[in-house]
Write a protein that binds this ligand. Structure first.
Ligand code: PLP
Length: 446
């Protein structure tokens, strides 16, 4: 019996080791990590250069409390991170994960508005569905009922607007009118709440697990920036999953060239080598907060030298091996291969995403996008079948009744063409079994 109580739908193997895009169970079974864990292991497993950098740091010190010592690793990583950000955003606050990062953005935003005498602003608008983390503050801005409902009396649930799921609403995502249509919902919500009460709007530039790699429609990112500026509302980009190159650009928002006021990053930032995240904010905001008594926030492990040395080595690997370009190229290839599956499986309703942040969604009817029945538990079953074939993918059922089961296919950014072939062979075999089991049917291969 295990004393742990993590939730999985089925027995999971004991992990022995990871190497590149593969993970090995204790029994020797090899798994292709088709989701980089939870979209974390961006540069693959057991990278020798990262391990060497961590070992070198460990020989010197594994921990130096940030209020007792400055460290070369944290200074260097802060400088490297700031240099990757849009102009004006160059103040970095390290944390140990994504929820800590998004919580930190909310607290900094609030303290900034207090410092500039806008104390009436406290509401953070976010989207439904969305995921910004599991701690109570991050949950308050998360739009995902199964996670938030049990805790609603304990937190201040924040206003939500619909995520721009054009594919469900029958709208053309390439038409700028679609982007405006969804962005207008932000303005309407701000007016409904009272602009003077709204602190910030938080958005995942490309959706993560909650929406399944949702790419915003044309014009959306630009228009929400304009709206936030107009109403003096801070724009927070939650790049916890998209930051670090997975989408084919370092930041997800780089696809649109829009600049937020605060950014949160984690996951691929530590690359699965160590818990690491950061918030990066506008310099003038941080200066105002510091002049007003300082930022009332901090986590014990924040910015420890071991984590920062790993973060630096991960960035080196990304840059030295051209992994962002590889993510863009391999992402295009993988997306076209996934899209091709729609010819064979009528129950694949949509394929979406950018770079190596890709997803497909299963539905009962592609024309109406009616979801598969909840009782089918497709989001669990297909993952289990894929496991049996040595492939790991990541799934979610968004919300009963409004959207289907979606599956994230996000291999590490080091993935090669041959490994994409292998991934597709395993995925096709898994979908065939799923189609046969559920009697949903598949067209024979031509
Ligand atoms: N924000 C986004 C967009 C995420 O995808 C996640 C995790 O999946 C989080 C925040 C929370 O990160 P963590 O699980 O590291 O706390």
């Amino acid at each position: 019996m295990s004393h742990l109580f993590y939730q999985t739908s089925a027995f999971r193997p004991f992990l022995d080791r990871g190497e590149g895009v593969y993970m090995y169970g204790k029994d020797g079974t090899r798994y292709l990590d088709g989701s980089s864990g939870a979209m974390v292991s961006n540069i693959g497993h057991s990278n020798p250069a990262v391990l060497a950098a961590m070992r070198a740091q460990m020989e010197k010190s594994t921990f130096g409390y940030r209020l007792h010592f400055q460290t070369e690793a944290s200074e260097a990583l802060a400088a490297r991170t700031a240099a990757l950000c849009p102009p004006g955003l160059d103040r970095v606050f390290f944390v140990s994960g994504g929820s800590e990062a998004t919580e930190s953005t909310i607290k900094l935003a609030r303290q900034y508005k207090l410092a500039i005498d806008q104390s009436s602003r406290w509401k953070v608008i976010s989207r439904m569905p969305s995921y910004h983390g599991s701690t109570l503050g991050a949950l308050a801005i998360t739009g995902y009922d199964p996670l938030t409902r049990p805790f609603e009396p304990m937190m201040q649930a924040m206003p939500k607007i619909p995520a721009p799921r054009a594919y469900l609403d029958g709208l053309n995502p390439d038409d700028p009118a679609t982007g405006l249509h969804y962005a207008d919902m932000l303005e309407a919500k701000i007016l409904e709440e009272g602009p003077e009460t709204v602190l910030a709007f938080i958005v995942e530039p490309i959706g993560g697990a909650s929406t399944g790699a949702l790419v915003p429609p044309a014009g959306y990112m630009e228009r929400i920036r304009e709206i936030c500026t107009h109403y003096d509302i801070l724009l927070i980009h939650d790049e916890v999953m998209t930051g670090g190159g997975r989408t084919g650009r370092f930041w997800g928002a780089d696809h649109w060239g829009t600049t937020p006021d605060i950014i949160a990053i984690s996951k691929g930032f530590g690359g699965g080598y160590v818990p690491l995240g950061a918030m990066i904010a506008r310099r003038d905001m941080v200066e105002a907060v510091m002049a007003d008594g300082g930022f009332q926030h901090g986590h014990t492990y924040a910015g420890n030298p071991l984590a920062c040395s790993a973060g630096l080595a991960v960035l080196d690997q990304i840059e030295q091996n051209g992994l962002i370009d590889n993510a863009a190229r391999m992402g295009d290839l993988l997306k076209s291969r996934l899209t091709g599956l729609m010819n064979r499986y009528p129950f694949i309703g949509d394929v979406r995403g950018k770079g190596l942040l890709l997803a497909f969604e299963l539905v009962a009817d592609r024309t109406t996008m009616e979801p598969l029945p909840t009782s089918m538990k497709a989001f669990q079953r297909l993952v289990d079948i894929a496991y049996e074939r040595g492939l790991i993918i990541y799934s979610r059922r968004t919300r009963g009744g409004t959207s289907g089961d979606h599956f994230l296919v996000c291999p590490p950014m080091i993935v090669t063409e041959d490994q994409i072939d292998e991934l597709m062979t395993k995925l096709t075999a898994s979908l065939d079994t799923f189609a046969a089991e559920t009697r949903l049917g598949a067209e024979p291969v031509a």
